[in-house]
Design a protein around this ligand. Structure first.
Ligand code: TXA
Ligand code: MG
Length: 337
């Protein structure tokens, strides 16, 4: 199958394919999604096949507005209006209990709840409207690879397997949306993202807990997707704490290891010899935006024996960055042997 790259003035063609049950990847502010018409179970099945995704991992239903959720949702949490007004469109996925039979079990993984999100990308909102149905959309990568932040990343992973990709340049945030469970009494964060715990708490005026697996590694996550090995490049990744760069580089030199550096300019400028992916600025926002792209670039270059990646404090956006980086690094920090 030829995978067509659609420019943003070709949304009608992309929507026509989705209506016919074909798969089209779409841009969002977080990462690119692998789109299929959420109301066509055969199309949704293809999403799992193409990604190599376990079938018990439910998908996010992407909507063009809040109204679109009403056909499916059984009951809303009392804080829903406030949350939606403040954060939609945006990088926040909401879990609600749904009306029985309103969505195929292929979408929900057979759960009585489902995930909904209104992405902050005008082209994709228009694509959903023109398709006339919500779109499921897991990240448009092969399972186990970093999520794609450009159309080229999607093409690299899925060319020949999907009908098209709607190209809208690089994504702005760089990691997947925050997943907030609103199906119980206490709104709970199942996956950290750019709508941070701190922002949610400020707007809602209550404490918003993290799912227990985010606090303690031995606990089972409530979002099925959080239990799978994720985002792992072939080249091993080691996380480097702020005071450890000198020692880590010395260790690599002593042991004849070629290092791929994934860091902000502040750090990278001190180690000019290494194979590198340097974030655009010295900020957690720039680091988050570049994380997956950098992991992919260093991994594909195959020039290094090990990737050294910068760590950030685990609060605000740093919680999301570190959650993804720790998975890529299989939790491993550089420590002196
Ligand atoms: O930013 C994003 O969220 C991207 C873009 C494309 O929108 N999408 C994305 O989808 O990251 P995916 O499928 O890779 O992640 C969805 C997460 C998974 O961890 C899944 O287990 C969880 O949401 N999830 C979906 N439905 C759920 C449910 N009913 N209960 C708990 N977790 C759910
Ligand atoms: Mg994913």
């Amino acid at each position: 199958m030829e995978t067509k790259i659609f420019q943003t003035d070709q949304i009608n063609q992309a929507a026509a394919l989705l209506r016919q049950g074909e798969l089209v990847a779409f841009p969002t502010e977080t990462v690119y999604g692998l789109g299929a018409n959420a109301l066509l179970p055969e199309a949704v099945k293809q999403v799992f096949a193409v990604k190599g995704r376990p079938s018990d991992n439910p998908l996010i239903v992407h909507v063009a507005d809040f109204l679109m959720t009403q056909e499916f949702v059984e009951s809303y949490h009392p804080l829903t209006e406030k949350i939606v007004q403040n954060f939609w469109p945006g990088p926040l996925t909401l879990i609600f209990s749904i009306k029985k039979g309103s969505l195929s079990p292929i979408v929900t993984g057979g759960l009585s709840t489902a995930a909904f999100r209104m992405p902050d990308n005008k082209k994709t909102l228009s694509l959903i409207e023109k398709t006339g149905a919500p779109l499921v959309g897991p990240s448009a990568n092969t399972s186990g690879k970093p999520s794609p932040t450009t159309a080229l990343h999607v093409f690299h992973d899925l060319k020949g397997k999907i009908a098209g990709i709607l190209d809208d340049g690089a994504t702005q945030i760089g990691v997947e949306s925050t997943v907030l469970d609103l199906s119980g009494e206490v709104p709970t964060i199942l996956r950290p993202g750019a709508v941070t715990k701190e922002k949610l708490e400020e707007v809602l005026g209550i404490e918003v807990p993290l799912d227990k697996h985010l606090v303690k590694e031995s606990e089972t996550p409530k979002a099925p997707g959080m239990k799978y090995k994720h985002y792992s490049p072939d080249v091993p990744v080691l996380m480097i704490k702020p005071g450890d760069w000198e020692k880590a580089i010395a260790w690599a030199n002593t042991n004849g290891k070629t290092v791929g550096l994934l860091a902000t300019p502040k750090i990278a400028d001190s180690y000019p010899s290494a194979d590198r992916f340097v974030f655009e600025e010295d900020s957690i926002e720039a680091a988050t935006r570049g994380l997956f792209s950098g992991l992919r670039a260093l991994d594909e270059a195959k020039q290094s024996d090990v990737i050294f990646a910068e760590v950030f404090p685990e609060d605000h956006l740093g919680l999301a960055y570190m959650n993804r980086l720790k998975k890529a690094a299989a939790q491993k920090y550089f420590t002196e042997k």
